[in-house]
Write a protein that binds this ligand. Sequence first.
Ligand SMILES: O=C(O)COP(=O)(O)O
Ligand SMILES: [Mg+2]
Length: 214
Amino acid sequence: MKKAIFFDLDGTLIDSAPDLADALNHTLETLNLPTYPLDTIRTWIGGGASMLVKRGLCGSKEVEDIDEELFQKALKIFMEYYSKNLTNKTSLYPYAKEILETLNKNYDLALITNKPFAFIEPLLNHFELHHFSLVLGGDSLPQKKPSAMPLVFALEKFGIKSNEALMVGDSASDYFAAKEAKVPVVLVKYGYDQEIDAFNVPKIASLKDLLELV
Ligand SMILES: O=C(O)COP(=O)(O)O
Ligand SMILES: [Mg+2]
């Protein structure tokens, strides 16, 4: 019997890729570096803001050694721009709000995202998502997904066992974090990470399919 559902944010509940891509390209443009198409940047999301900026600087998902000064400069530009442009093009995925409303009647809900904490509340307010009794960002704890730490923290907070929770996400980070925490996981097929094709776990095409799985 499930007691709590843990949700990822980007690529699962909200389609934030267009605003993240604009913020990254603004950063790269400011630094006179090459910019990238949305379809490329989308595949770089899921590891948090620092990782996205690093991937932008390297122009690939695989990150190599980056000059620390350049990285800090880029991260600052990114954070400033994105904090002012969080919701220009970002949208809720179909049924996101409805499913949270329905599940909230019977389950504790936690948001476990790698997004920096400062960006989360403005987004949740904008989309009127007030259903989470616990919200963890990528910088809330010493480790973020794919570490199990945020999920283990949520299990302890709710006082439940790992099999009484379910993680809903879109990326390899969600999969590995859940696996390590021994929390069952469901992945959405419409998210940002093609790596999930390789994982043998339940996958759903729409958030409304969750109701059949809990
Ligand atoms: O900010 C990111 O890179 C991704 O965040 P997520 O964990 O909500 O997918
Ligand atoms: Mg995600």
